[in-house]
Design a protein around this ligand. Structure first.
Ligand SMILES: [Zn+2]
Length: 134
């Protein structure tokens, strides 16, 4: 035991630390992307459901199985989103956005204030989110 052993241990600890730190960032980036992607898919499905309901009503038709299928997909996406968001929270990924209108504390992925409906960030709309750079 001596100087070199201590030195080796210390170096290893430093490497481990930076390694974990980098992993954490990658993990956060991936989860953020997953949340954006799921939100995008959810908006698409909600739009589809709206368009279906509109089209059916206009045509004077009913198609409950079709609407049920569409709503089932929305439910599945909502579940996946909830899971992804709780994972994101657990790695300390989410920061808060304070609503400029009412001051409510919203999660950083919120597009609109859940308290008053104020728009918080630009909705990417039709644009599909891209995966983060590796
Ligand atoms: Zn608000």
């Amino acid at each position: 035991m001596g100087f070199w052993d201590d030195f080796a241990d210390t170096t290893k600890q430093v490497f481990d630390y930076t390694g974990n730190k980098a992993d954490e960032l990658v993990q956060k980036g991936k989860l953020k992307y997953r949340i954006e992607k799921l939100s995008y898919q959810l908006r698409q499905q909600q739009r589809k459901l709206g368009a279906l309901v509109y089209g059916l009503k206009k045509a004077g038709k009913e198609n409950a199985p079709l609407l049920d299928e569409c709503m089932g997909q929305i439910d599945a996406l909502v579940d996946q989103l909830r899971e992804a968001r709780s994972q994101y929270d657990s790695v300390g990924g989410s920061k808060k956005i304070y609503c400029p209108r009412c001051g409510f504390e919203n999660a950083d992925y919120a597009l609109y204030c859940v308290s008053c409906g104020q728009k918080l960030q630009e909705d990417e709309g039709e644009k599909e989110p891209q995966p983060p750079e590796e």
